[in-house]
Ligand binder design. Structure first.
Ligand SMILES: CC(C)(COP(=O)(O)OP(=O)(O)OC[C@H]1O[C@@H](n2cnc3c(N)ncnc32)[C@H](O)[C@@H]1OP(=O)(O)O)[C@@H](O)C(=O)NCCC(=O)NCCS
Length: 278
């Protein structure tokens, strides 16, 4: 009898403030048409000042716990994925833990940016399969809107990114009924870190924070959208095919593919390359 990890509850939370493409047109030289055509995005949510990724993660966690029909006290481990923690350190895992009042249980932070949830899911899967933990709360949340460049210089990123949180409860399934995570396949390529990164602040600098770095706009994230796009549409299908092959499955066996990101043009290209309908 083999143990597999199943998602028994899901929850998500979005801050209430909606920012449409037309709202962004007032801030920078962009247009609803440009954004829609290239990303499919019509609107995004922005958190108010004072709200951090731990707050969004906490709200999402409450919904996931309710959806899984468990008591929060049953949770024995927390994994949190974010690139926008409330603080430089510690991560948000312990903050969510404290908000839930689950003092003392382990809380791990995962820093894998857009693919943070998927990496965190793979970590949780190992803990569940090895019977280390039995009810894991996995949260993934971002507050990106507070540090985007809303001038024309940063418009490529500012129109794509927003704020939100998601959470799942993960439990073992020992029933041998085929349900659960079959395998996980993770890839990365450190040669391309400059294509999407926030270079500063960096502890390599003395001092880490300076007026010079600030006025040089060094504290904003930067993206080479074209390279990110090319890599995404190449690598996502490769990862899907690797997962299928490992499990002796074919693309026709798949009913639904859920991409880890919201850029519709990337999803369209991935669907085309995998020869699956949108
Ligand atoms: C960013 C992205 C939408 C740009 O699309 P693109 O097809 O490469 O862009 P195009 O070649 O059509 O247009 C580039 C031009 O639009 C301009 N532009 C950039 N952002 C713009 C905006 N928000 N509004 C209007 N014009 C914009 C650029 O300055 C550039 O102008 P130039 O040609 O005068 O230099 C696209 O590269 C992309 O989706 N990349 C992936 C990004 C992503 O998903 N990141 C998250 C990954 S998790």
């Amino acid at each position: 009898m083999s143990t597999r990890t199943v998602i028994t509850g899901t929850g998500h939370y979005l801050p209430s403030k909606v920012v449409t493409n037309f709202d962004l047109e007032k801030k920078m030289n962009t247009s609803d048409e440009w954004i829609r055509q290239r990303s499919g995005i019509v609107e995004r949510h922005h958190a108010e000042a004072g709200v951090g990724s731990s707050d969004l993660a906490y709200e999402a966690a409450l919904k996931a716990i309710e959806s899984a029909r468990i008591e929060k006290s049953e949770i024995d481990f927390i994994i949190a994925a974010t690139l926008s923690p409330d603080h430089y350190f510690p991560g948000i895992g312990v903050i969510v833990q404290a908000k839930l009042g689950l003092y003392g249980i382990g809380a791990l932070d995962v820093r894998n940016q857009c693919s943070g949830f998927i990496y965190a899911l793979s970590v949780a899967d190992q803990y569940i399969r090895t019977h280390t933990y039995h009810k894991i709360l996995l949260v993934a949340a971002e507050v990106q809107s507070s540090n985007l460049d809303y001038s024309d210089q940063g418009r490529d990123m500012a129109v794509l990114f927003g704020d939100g949180g998601g959470a799942v409860i993960l439990e073992p399934n020992n029933n041998d009924d085929g349900r659960g995570i079959l395998s996980t396949h993770l890839f990365s390529d450190g040669r391309f870190i400059h294509d999407l990164w926030m270079e500063k602040p960096s502890p390599k600098d003395r001092p880490t924070f300076s007026v010079e770095l600030f006025t040089a706009n060094k504290f904003f994230p930067k993206m080479d959208g074209r390279n990110v796009f090319i890599n995404a549409v190449e690598k996502m299908p490769e990862a899907v095919l690797a997962g299928l092959k490992h499990n002796s499955l074919a693309i026709d066996d798949v009913d639904l593919l859920i991409p880890h990101q919201a850029n519709d043009r990337i999803s369209q290209m991935v669907a085309k390359r995998l020869q699956i309908p949108l």
